[in-house]
Write a protein that binds this ligand. Sequence first.
Ligand code: SF4
Length: 236
Amino acid sequence: MAITKTDFMRGMQCPKMLWLDKHRPGLRIIPPEVQARLDAGNDFGDRAMGMFGPFEEMTVYRPGTRIPDKKAMLARTAEHLALGTPVICEAAFSSYNNYCAVDILRKTETGHDFYEVKNASQVHEQFIRDAGFQYYIITRSGLKINRIFIVIHGPDESDPFQPVDVTEQAKKYYTWVNENIWNLNRMQKQREEVPADPGPQCEEPYPCWYYDYCHGKLKPAGQIAFDFDENGGETE
Ligand code: SF4
């Protein structure tokens, strides 16, 4: 695959971050508290799948791994779209090999709505950009999207899933995605390390996991590389 949602958001924070993800992932150092937040986000995302009742989940892993098999997920999603399945979770889409999987895709009378789940108490702009990337890929794959929601974590633990309509804001990011996705595609494939001077992007919107590498403080021990998920609100 070319660019995923995580790739895009990380590349827009810092192109070097995306390049390191592709070429030197072993240099990542993920603080335990960040990992715990990612895990909690994944758990919240799993629970949210049932917020509209029965659903079909598209997740398929490569044999013997926890790495998503994107081609199999795309094929499975296409099957369920053809069947008219009312609620599809982890629905996968691609356009020119760029890829996204949406947390919840819900069929409507005139098309589909989608829901991006975030384990956070409020909607941050970064979440809307995430949804804008998904809207771009899904629309270019040929599916009509009506409304777009971010599902945040509300205070009532017996029913914590609170959808917030971000349709108008998310759809405005279509042009921004199109203006940047092709450059990131080219850049991530280049052989030479992408140069970037450390700056505010090392902390915002998310602390960079290559901080020690770029700031000359890398310790050999404690390096972690893994496939991460989106619902923690950190990245994808
Ligand atoms: S530490 Fe800063 S310069 Fe280095 S990859 Fe991360 S964001 Fe970019």
